[in-house]
Design a protein around this ligand. Structure first.
Ligand SMILES: Cc1ncc(C[n+]2csc(CCOP(=O)(O)OP(=O)(O)O)c2C)c(N)n1
Length: 366
């Protein structure tokens, strides 16, 4: 199935009727809040106030549209650009900002790089830096769900670069053989940092790879949130019905840098990026809502204003929140702390007794 083709030919996809105007507005609002966070985080990084940020500029429809097809008890195994999926699940924006600052309220207690989220309370599994690992984690968790007789499904997000990893292939193979209730969701954004997709695969499409493993492969316009939602919903229904995994390739473009440490002008031309600006997924959904008579320019202005004010206020609060207590680095790893870590913790507390004023540079991001 090529959902993008269906839509290009002017036939309304089923998703047009699957989503109510309220649902469309909810998706749109999440996309706008995600973009507003990225704008602010990028500015903070440029001002030297945030160490690092990984954006999803232009990819909001792909991850938010797909996550909308899931139930709250389904498991998300994100790469690192899918913060919007957490917002969609009702996670307060503050948790994302706290995580980026690595402060005392950060759910990962300052022990992860920014954007490497872990939100157990919303079934959002801990993000790993190595690319592709989430494909095997999602497959394993999907099988665990079945063994426990739960009908929850899992989804793994990865980029075109992730398809060159061993774990993508191992995850795909195992999931297909054992009909694991999982969805492999590739955000093909054209680049793996500076390496174009043409260096990741000799296949015509990423979706083609599904054939070799024995599962359906779907290629969808990743900037069309309705098409993404429809394709993912069908894959979720398949998985939940015990019919096994699906590979979805959402064709999109990373309009911004890979991360705030990257400079895409060194490896790609501006014309390409400009051409994708016209396909901005947020603009597309806004126009669609306006055509339905469900949204106005005034609504849009208000939404952007409130989203930007929200992140602006949060950035100030979260930046002022002190760092996590030093000894918290020993928490959460072992149920029972082994002797050598107990000794290290005691030594740390001896050198840095609680309440001692920290040197101001102690927690600066390198
Ligand atoms: C196993 C592994 N190799 C290399 C890296 C360094 N690295 C980090 S992100 C990245 C590119 C990822 O590209 P892609 O999977 O297409 O995702 P995108 O960033 O485009 O969303 C690379 C090579 C890594 N994190 N893990």
């Amino acid at each position: 199935m090529d959902t993008s083709e269906t839509r290009k030919k002017g036939k309304a996809g089923k998703a047009d009727t699957l989503l109510t105007p309220d649902q469309l507005r909810e998706i749109h609002r999440t996309m706008v809040r995600t973009r507003a966070l990225e704008e602010r985080a990028t500015a903070l990084q440029r001002q030297g106030r945030l160490g690092f940020y990984i954006g999803s500029l232009g990819q909001e429809a792909a991850h938010i549209g797909s996550a909308y097809a899931l139930r709250p008890d389904d498991w998300i195994f994100a790469a690192y650009r899918e913060g919007g999926a957490a917002l969609l699940r009702g996670l307060p924006m503050k948790a994302l900002v706290d995580q980026c600052f690595g402060n005392a309220d950060d759910p990962t207690k300052g022990r992860q790089m920014p954007c490497h989220y872990a939100f157990a309370n919303i079934n959002y599994a801990s993000i790993s830096s190595p690319i592709g690992t989430q494909c095997i984690e999602a497959t394993g968790t999907a099988m665990a769900m079945r063994i426990r007789k739960k009908d929850a499904v899992t989804i793994s997000y990865f980029g075109d670069g992730g398809t060159s990893s061993n774990d993508f292939h191992a995850g795909m193979n195992m999931a297909a053989v054992f009909k694991a209730p999982t969805i492999f969701f590739c955000q093909n954004n054209g680049w793996a940092i500076s390496l174009p997709v043409s260096r990741q695969t000799a296949s015509e499409t990423i979706a083609d790879k599904a054939v070799a493993y024995g599962m359906p492969g779907v290629r969808v316009d990743g900037n069309d949130v309705l098409a993404v939602y429809q394709a993912t919903r069908e894959a979720v229904e398949r998985a939940r019905a015990g019919k096994g995994p699906t590979l979805i390739e959402a064709v999109t473009f990373r309009m911004g840098p890979h991360s705030t440490s990257d400079d895409p002008s060194r490896y790609r031309g501006d014309a390409e990026t400009q051409s994708w600006k016209e396909k901005c997924p947020i603009e597309r959904l806004r126009r669609y809502l306006e055509q339905l008579g469900e949204w106005t320019a005034e609504d849009d202005e208000k939404l952007w204003e409130s989203a930007r004010a929200e992140v602006q206020a949060l950035a100030q609060t979260c930046e002022q929140t002190p760092p996590p207590p030093l000894n918290s680095m020993f928490d959460d790893v072992y149920a029972q702390l082994p002797w050598h870590l107990k000794e290290q913790r005691a030594e740390l507390l001896r050198i840095h007794p609680p309440g001692r004023k920290q040197e101001s540079d102690d927690y600066k991001f390198p």
